[in-house]
Design a protein around this ligand. Structure first.
Ligand code: 5AD
Ligand code: SF4
Length: 439
């Protein structure tokens, strides 16, 4: 009889890729993917705890499974990822949701197979959290779900300890994979027909750091030199480690997209200092200038936080003015979320919710305005889109250009995985709509 799995993923691309690794483990055990939890024999929640709302979202979804589990007693429910990795959270999860069968963390995802087999032998829940990160696992066999894009981890963990951020506590110290493993993975993905590779790390710029002879720009260029038509992206870059050498490597390699994600978080020096970001507004703007000197058409995206403890109206206005000055092609905007265990959680001067709400609304409006006006510049132009999906509702295919801008277009045949020339006819906010140019 066929057995089915369903995975719900919360959070970032790192988590999405980890869900592909979980899918690899489940398919190895003979499970097949299914779209709904009701049909699944095993349900996995791959959680995120970077902000409170991601955490609450997971709690809500796990809670909703209680009824289903009561009628489908043999169904296995597993909760993994960042949420249970926080100190004390695995026990809390077990108390709150006693019907959850397996609880595991970020450091032992690769042992999920063992935990499932164990659970099938015993009634008791399997709760396994490893406190430290251990050696890098090179045995993962991710079941990739994002063709023609593929993610490759190059570093794990983070050493930066930005004062608001839980990541260093739940993902451990930064460690880099050996470049020969990364290179071999990239080579085999390209040979398998993947058309876009994204190198992943919390701070890709500090790649190597004693474990490998290659620096990040060298690694990037080595992969870009592989044969075949493909795009190369990377995320995330910490501004303090973003180098001129990297800008030059982007400039001289066509396969590396002219699109850099460089989270600034705030435009105010006092907030940046309290965030422990280790750069000033001026330093950040200098990095942008350096990047633009070598890659004038580079699309820069960023992350922004409002409502950090003690953020004044002037600090917030400094963020607004920085957004205007840089002209980001798009930005992720967040309201500061207090995370237990971080330095900022203990700070006085937490900002009232209504103040943060007002600031985020003003910021989102500005960011959207920027994005809209940049999208409008596309109208009438022809761009090369890597088609990545089909939208059933719109009956249109979609994909991005090298700058990361999404475009929709009609096609009478399936063109997913192909580079397509599209003439843009209209822009609606973040995305573009156009027609395929034949020939
Ligand atoms: N509150 C709000 N945003 C946060 N981020 C990380 N931690 C927090 C937090 N506690 C944001 C940062 C980071 C992105 C991945 O998530 O902007 O760059
Ligand atoms: Fe968090 Fe800062 Fe590390 Fe990014 S660099 S993961 S924001 S601690």
């Amino acid at each position: 009889m066929e057995k089915y799995y369903h995975i719900t993923t919360y959070g970032c691309q790192m988590n999405v890729h980890e869900s592909e690794k979980i899918a690899g483990i489940l398919s190895d055990l003979g499970y097949i993917a299914c779209d709904d939890m009701e049909s699944a024999d095993i349900v996995v929640f791959n959680t995120c705890c970077i902000r409170e709302n991601a955490e609450n979202h997971a709690y809500g979804n796990i809670g909703m499974l209680k009824k289903l589990k009561a009628v489908k007693k043999d169904m296995i429910i597993a909760v993994g990822g960042c949420l249970p990795q926080q100190i004390g959270k695995a026990d809390l999860l077990h108390k709150k949701f006693p019907y959850v069968d397996i609880i595991f963390g970020t450091h032992n995802l690769n042992k999920l197979k063992e935990y499932i087999l164990k659970k099938q032998q015993q009634k008791k829940a399997v709760i396994q959290i490893e406190e430290s990160e251990g050696a890098i696992c090179e045995e993962d066999r991710p079941l990739r779900t994002s063709y023609p894009n593929a993610w490759i981890n190059i570093t794990y963990g983070c050493n930066n300890f930005c004062s608001y951020c839980i990541v260093p506590y739940v993902r451990g110290r930064e460690r880099s994979r050996r470049s020969e493993h990364i290179f071999a993975e990239a080579k085999s993905l390209i040979a398998d027909g993947y058309k876009e590779i994204t190198l992943l790390g919390q701070n890709v710029n500090s790649y190597g750091n004693g474990t490998d002879d290659l620096t990040f720009p060298q690694l990037l260029e080595k992969i870009a030199n592989l044969d075949g038509k493909f795009r190369l992206r990377f995320m995330t870059s910490h501004p303090k480690d973003f180098s001129e050498e990297l800008s030059k490597v982007i400039a001289r390699n066509d396969k590396i997209c002219n699109n850099v994600h460089l989270p600034v978080q705030s435009g105010s020096d006092s907030v940046l200092k309290a965030m422990n970001r280790r750069y000033t507004r001026k330093d950040y703007l200098e990095k942008i200038e350096l990047l633009k000197k070598h890659v004038p058409d580079c699309a820069i995206t960023t992350d922004l936080i409002v409502g950090f403890p003690n953020e004044t109206e002037q600090d917030f206005l400094d963020t607004m003015s920085l957004v205007k000055e840089v002209g980001f092609s798009s930005a992720f905007t967040f309201v500061y979320s207090r995370r237990d265990g971080t330095v900022a959680a203990k700070m006085d001067g937490q900002i009232p919710e209504e103040v943060s709400k007002d600031r985020i609304m003003r910021l989102v409006e500005l960011v959207n305005e920027n994005t809209r006006s940049q999208s409008l510049k596309y109208v009438g132009k022809t761009v090369e889109i890597l088609c990545e999906d089909y939208d059933k509702k719109k009956d249109m295919y979609l994909g991005r250009d090298e700058y990361g801008r999404m475009a929709y277009f009609k096609s009478d045949k399936n063109v997913i995985g192909e580079f397509i020339k599209v003439k843009i006819n209209s822009a609606n906010g973040i995305s573009l709509v156009g027609d395929i140019i034949k020939g």
